[in-house]
Design a protein. Structure first.
Length: 134
């Protein structure tokens, strides 16, 4: 039986990843608390860039697909312990300029009331490569 903590399970994190891969913004936001925080893997501060609140996080999530229209998170592995959780994944995506990214990363989550309160993203810093010609 899956471990349930704060109403969040491994299956919850799997469904969250599936929503990312479908590019389903409404579904994604249904997993987040109203006062959620998203800390990106890159940005000017030690924590990357921090987005706070439902609307700011929603816009930041949408921006990922604007930058990488074919973005996918594969090879997911998840765990939940108390009010925290981790998802490991491989991110692949092609920028509009044709450069391609393939990197491993993790999200470290904080849960509250059965939802994700904080999504803190980390990923390897690998230079993009030119996508193969078609």
């Amino acid at each position: 039986m899956p471990e349930e903590t704060s109403g969040v399970t491994v299956e919850t994190l799997e469904a969250f990843t599936e929503a990312w891969n479908r590019h389903d913004l409404d579904a994604l936001m249904s997993f987040m608390t109203e006062d959620c925080v998203f800390e990106t893997a890159a940005g000017p501060d030690p924590w990357g860039t921090r987005y706070q609140g439902h609307e700011a996080v929603r816009a930041a999530f949408a921006q990922v697909w604007a930058l990488f229209p074919d973005a996918q998170w594969t090879h997911g592995r998840h765990f939940v312990a108390a009010d925290r959780g981790v998802s490991e994944w491989t991110f692949t995506g092609t920028r509009i300029d044709g450069t391609r990214i393939e990197v491993n990363g993790v999200d470290v989550f904080t849960f509250r009331d059965g939802k994700i309160a904080v999504k803190n993203a980390f990923r390897k810093d690998r230079p993009p490569v030119q996508a193969p010609s078609r």
